[in-house]
Design a protein around this ligand. Structure first.
Ligand code: GRF
Length: 198
């Protein structure tokens, strides 16, 4: 492991409860990563407050002024992350599909959390779909990001039971609690395994 923690960026669009869990675990003195920047495509993302409270720099890169020009928006994201010396990119509720250009620039160094046991239920409404299918188990998956949405290699998963009276909301809350345990752990593992001269 390296002497210095690996600088990571967390990308959000919303409430940022996973970001909060990642920041919290990052406070431990032996944590192998540090959150160097939090970036959001939405100026009103609630999660930005977690970054500010933790004294972490914030970059708001609003997609709207780019008017559908995804390539330019992503070049801006990439430039800002690199300006912070970032080595790993963590998608935590970042609600825009990335182009292959950005994904390839961070190949093997960009991870995402998805609220299902992939390969089951990529995309949206995962909890309603798990309940409708009568699944006994649900959960979340941390995976490397590749060009195919929710398709990259799985790094780890956490499982929770689906209870008889579950609604999509009650199941989502149970899965989210599992996400908060899983994501910092997988990120720390990945950071600890990065080559010293990476
Ligand atoms: C989580 O359910 C995550 O799995 C999905 O987006 C949600 C983000 O929640 N990718 P939060 O913003 O971290 O609270």
């Amino acid at each position: 492991m390296r002497a210095e923690p690996v600088p990571v960026a967390v990308l959000i669009s919303g409430g940022g409860s996973n970001l909060a869990a990642i920041l919290e675990a990052g406070r431990s003195p032996d944590c192998p990563y540090r959150v160097a920047v939090v970036a959001s495509n939405r100026p009103d993302a609630g999660g930005l407050a977690h970054a500010v409270a933790a004294g972490v720099p914030v970059e708001v890169i609003d997609h709207r002024p780019f008017a559908g020009d995804r390539a330019s928006h992503e070049r801006e994201i990439d430039a800002r992350l690199r300006a912070h010396g970032v080595e790993l990119v963590v998608l935590a509720g970042y609600m825009r599909v990335l182009t292959p250009w950005l994904v390839e620039r961070w190949a093997g160094r960009m991870l995402n959390i998805h609220p299902s046991l992939l390969p089951k239920y990529p995309g949206l409404d995962t909890h309603a779909r798990a309940i409708a299918a009568g699944d006994a188990e649900a959960g979340c998956t941390v995976h490397l990001v590749t060009a195919g949405v929710d398709e990259g290699p799985v790094l780890d998963q956490a499982r929770v039971p689906v209870l008889a009276n579950d609604t999509p909301e009650s199941l989502a809350a149970r899965v989210l609690a599992a996400e908060h345990q899983l994501y910092p752990k997988v990120l720390a593992r990945l950071a600890a395994g990065l080559a010293p001269d990476a």
